[in-house]
Design a protein around this ligand. Structure first.
Ligand SMILES: [Zn+2]
Length: 275
């Protein structure tokens, strides 16, 4: 009985220890019930050992149409996107939108806004993203989760005003760290919405991650085609601080892939196979 207990303790410590393949010999010489445990543990560890081929297989299956990739032109040493209507557009510190780009299908979604009912440009999104936002907010409400849209579309000109105001306040160097350069804000795509809740006083705060509204979004947004664009721990990849409030529409199919694989949009394009 005691031996069994010890074996179980050993087994659980192996399981909790993350099933490193190197832990296996530890169980190898045990008998009887332990042997059964060994095969279970072994099976589990094998899964880990197989992880790499699994991933490779998955990534070879993850094909991305070439039309979803950015088409760019170098202007003054910057990569400026030429196919800006692409729903999977990748805008970041590397890829910028042209100064004269504005989506042609901006509409105002029928959702709650933090600033009430106004036709300010920040209430707009591209048509497909707006419909998906409505579906998402409605589904959340059905579960007692009340969401508020805070900031959607932002024109190049508006971003320029915000950026210049920041320069006035803190100087150019600091402004470049805090505010996206005009053309590099994803809000100019009309595919992004900042979201908050009454529990966060309708503000954009990192603590949104731990209130029910933020948790619901993190778990469910992909079902409506949205992804958390700047997740925690991926700051080096996205180039942006963690923003639990910033959601980006990419369509249901891509959102599910990104959610299941825990990929950012950057990783998706890097890993996927262009066809
Ligand atoms: Zn945002």
């Amino acid at each position: 009985m005691n031996r069994k207990l010890i074996a179980l303790t050993v087994l659980s410590s192996i399981l909790l220890g993350g099933c490193q393949a190197g832990d296996l010999p530890f169980v190898k010489n045990d008998k009887g019930e332990q042997e059964k445990n060994q095969s279970e543990t072994g099976g589990h560890s094998d899964k880990k050992a197989d992880k790499e081929p699994d991933d490779l297989q998955a990534s070879s299956e993850m094909t991305i149409p070439s039309s979803s990739y950015n088409v760019t032109t170098d202007i003054n040493g910057k990569k400026v996107i030429q196919n800006s209507d692409n729903l999977l557009i990748l805008v970041n510190k590397e890829y910028a939108l042209p100064g004269d780009y504005a989506p042609k299908d901006l509409v105002k979604p029928n959702v709650n806004f933090s600033f009430g009912d106004s036709d300010d440009e920040k209430s707009f999104l591209r048509q497909e993203a707006a419909k998906a936002l409505e579906d998402m907010f409605q589904a959340a409400m059905g579960e007692g989760i009340e969401l508020f849209a805070v900031s959607g579309y932002r024109s190049y000109q508006r971003q320029e005003v915000l950026f210049n105001a920041e320069i006035q306040q803190v100087g150019r160097e600091k402004a470049e760290q805090a505010v996206a350069l005009p053309g590099t804000s994803e809000h100019q795509t009309g595919l992004s919405m900042d979201i908050s809740s009454k529990s966060e006083d309708l503000l954009l705060t990192q603590s949104f991650e731990s209130v029910p509204e933020g948790i619901w979004l993190k778990e469910n947004a992909y079902k409506y085609g949205y992804i958390m664009r700047y997740p925690k721990g991926k700051e080096d990849i996205t180039g942006y601080e963690y923003e639990p409030w910033h959601y980006r529409y990419v369509g249901k199919e891509t959102a599910k892939i990104l959610h299941d694989k825990n990929y950012t949009l950057e990783e998706y394009f890097k890993t996927g196979k262009k066809i």
